[in-house]
Design a protein around this ligand. Structure first.
Ligand SMILES: Nc1nc2c(ncn2[C@@H]2O[C@H](COP(=O)(O)OP(=O)(O)OP(=O)(O)O)[C@@H](O)[C@H]2O)c(=O)[nH]1
Length: 660
């Protein structure tokens, strides 16, 4: 458990702080005095070097430990204080990330001479990091728990090996892994800075900073949303809205909506969820939605999208901003490292290290490879690859290596690289061409090309459908977007917002044409899809893009309605969106969706969404392909309409083999 975090200048002025448990000011005062004022030599202390928190020795005082890092150029110190009894595996990452984010946000202001920041609204950014590191720690903990359970069944000689990763340790997780674990003892307001109370008394404040409050001072996205109280959201914003609504209303027992075998709502079972236009026959476009009070009319643009300097729309939130700050800092670091290495570079040395005991001139046997392959399997598990997929990949590598005569350590390492590369390549490379543009052009004169998007709830179906739509619009196609999520309240409006954004982009760029087809809620999705395809053909659309309701892959009833859907809509492509974050469940998700369409119909491809949020842990794409032999066609890399990429096997390989 973290007790407090402070950002202060080397002269002792506190720029920002957050306190979770009361701590004595003398802890940080003592750190400053010992390390920064008296410049006592601590082994490895890096005041002058801006080195990472992990490389600065912890400073211990009165049952507390301080982890810190510095930015010499700006004279800044970042300190986290926690009880020495605890081992917080994520603490160095927190300190380093906070340094990167703070410098990115306020660096320019701090560089200006004679500037004083009166108040800095950094709380949101700090909380975001705590949340994110908590989530990562939780994922790792779950994975290792699974791994440990499986190892318990393994022979005693097989020991658990975490490689370079520290084993999971109690910290945030030991307190229940909930985002409410921390009680903020400071107010919700950011800590005022540079006041006598918050300045460290032991040193002169030579470096007072003033200014307008930095980027955070403009108000967080969340704060703006709350202020605007919008009626519809383009992305998960509607979830926030519903949370606010719930909080402000007295609890009323809610009657469950009943669904029949086709996923249709029993009309009498509950209040209709239809907030869209009255379904008065074949409707297209968002105009009719607008006619309904409280639907689209009052949308405040700041609630659903941002515009960049060119005036282009994109969806963005705090997570996105922080991720891109950290990613660009990592990219700068990686550039320097990788410039002297190959695609995988030194990263594979983590696994190559297991071969050090094998001397040159030996012909490799299965026994020689047993330990290194186990290490490689663990490495892949840490990358979010499901166990059975990791085993299959390792078997491929093992097959290539057995019987190979070793020369020296370097040559084994190169062989592992190429064996793993070819094993991955075999798994990930589609066996037939999937050039969407070619396929659409081939049939567009006769009928529209029909694409439907399926997947579990919240994985990014609508967002990635919109990205595909944007891709098609840029290629001048005429696209009909169909709202077949007739189930979740707000889904139609959400899609309408995407269509409106895309229309605006299209109008500016003068390419393609897009309309929305929707029949509101509670209708049979298969019938809506069929009607939409007929409508699309009549109106000369090139592509019909169908969004569907999210469903749990193990919900028999909702999954069975996919068969009727496929029969009625007759899609040319059924694409499943799988979330990169999903982990081991990916195999079951992929298999169940692949088997749901009946009549020999199966999935045609995956879109792996949210790859930007998992760093190097892109194993989900391997797991899903392994489970089904269905190729990954696209990866989602963010929340902007152009954050969609075709799969590059080299990119996946580099991520999977890196030792981070
Ligand atoms: N960072 C990131 N976020 C994404 C990506 N794709 C989608 N999202 C976000 O994921 C959230 C859910 O996306 P939706 O498109 O609403 O998901 P959905 O599957 O249609 O949701 P349901 O209709 O409720 O099942 C939104 O906040 C999106 O902005 C991606 O590639 N990267």
């Amino acid at each position: 458990m973290l007790d407090s975090f402070e950002i202060l200048t080397t002269s002792g002025v506190v720029l920002w702080s957050k306190t979770y448990a009361p701590t004595s000011p003398s802890i940080i005062n003592s750190l400053i005095t010992s390390v920064f004022i008296e410049e006592r030599t601590l082994p490895g202390a890096g005041v002058a070097d801006d080195i990472s928190a992990a490389n600065n020795p912890p400073y211990k005082y009165d049952q507390h430990t301080c982890k810190w890092t510095t930015v010499k150029e700006l004279g800044l110190i970042f300190v986290a204080v926690y009880r020495s009894l605890l081992h917080l595996s994520w603490i160095d990452k927190l300190v380093d990330n906070i340094k990167i984010i703070f410098v990115e946000l306020y660096g320019d202001q701090l560089r200006k001479p004679h500037t004083t920041i009166v108040k800095c609204a950094f709380d949101d950014y700090f909380d975001q990091q705590i949340r994110q590191l908590e989530k990562t720690a939780l994922n790792r903990d779950t994975k290792v728990a699974e791994s440990t359970a499986l190892r318990a069944e393994a022979p005693a000689s097989v020991t658990q090996d975490f490689g370079n990763e520290p084993p999971p340790l109690p910290g945030i997780l030991s307190r229940g892994a909930s985002k409410n674990n921390y009680k903020d003892l400071t107010s919700n307001e950011s800590t005022p800075i540079a006041t006598p109370d918050t300045s460290r008394p032991s040193t002169p404040a030579s470096h007072l900073l003033t200014g307008k409050g930095g980027p955070g001072g403009k108000g967080s996205r969340r704060a703006r949303k709350a202020a605007n109280t919008p009626t519809a959201y383009a992305s998960s914003g509607d979830e926030l809205q519903s949370k606010r609504d719930k909080a402000s209303k007295p609890a009323v027992a809610k009657k469950g909506r009943k669904w029949d075998a086709d996923g249709l709502a029993d009309e009498d079972s509950d209040t209709p969820l239809d907030y869209s236009a009255p379904a008065n026959g074949a409707t297209s476009g968002e105009d009719e939605i607008k006619e309904r009070p409280g639907a689209m009319k009052e949308i405040d643009q700041s609630s659903w999208g941002w515009k960049n300097e060119k005036g282009e729309f994109f969806l963005k939130d705090l997570d996105d901003q922080v991720d891109s700050i950290l990613a660009s800092a990592t990219a700068k670091k990686t550039d320097t490292v990788t410039s002297s290495t190959g695609i995988v570079g030194s990263s594979i040395s983590a696994i190559g290290g297991y071969f050090r005991s094998i001397v040159g001139g030996k012909t490799l046997t299965k026994e020689d490879l047993e330990k290194p392959m186990k290490a490689m399997e663990d490495h892949l598990l840490r990358k979010n690859v499901a166990r059975e997929a990791a085993i299959r990949l390792c078997e491929g590598v093992e097959r290539e290596l057995i019987g190979v005569k070793t020369e020296n350590f370097e040559s084994i390492q190169t062989r592992i690289e190429s064996a793993m590369e070819s094993s991955l390549q075999k798994m990930l490379t589609p066996t037939s061409s999937h050039d969407l543009v070619l396929e659409i052009n081939a049939i567009k004169k006769q009928r529209p090309y029909v694409i439907s998007i399926v997947g579990v709830n919240g994985v990014g179906k609508s967002t990635n459908l919109s990205k595909i739509c944007f891709f098609l619009l840029q290629r001048n196609f005429k696209v009909l977007v169909v709202a077949c999520d007739t189930f979740r309240s707000g889904a139609v409006e959400q899609l309408a917002v995407h269509v409106r954004n895309l229309k605006e982009l299209t109008a500016r760029e003068g390419t393609g044409k897009v309309e929305l087809y929707q029949k509101g809620y509670g209708k049979d999705a298969a019938n809506v899809a069929k009607d939409a395809v007929t409508f699309g053909a009549q109106e000369g659309y090139d592509v019909v893009l169908i969004d569907t309701a999210g469903r749990r892959h193990n919900d028999q009833r909702l999954m069975s309605s996919l068969e009727k859907f496929a029969n009625f809509a007759k899609p040319d492509k059924i694409l499943m969106v799988g979330e990169a974050l999903v982990g081991t469940d990916s195999v079951a998700q992929a298999r169940n969706f692949n088997a749901a369409f009946g009549n020999g119909r199966s999935l045609d491809g995956f879109i792996i969404s949210k790859c930007d949020t998992v760093g190097d842990m892109v194993g989900t794409l391997v797991s899903m392909v392994h489970a089904t032999n269905v190729p990954v066609l696209f990866v989602g890399t963010g929340q902007h309409y152009n954050d969609l990429r075709g799969l590059s096997v080299q990119w996946a390989l580099k991520k999977l083999m890196s030792s981070n």
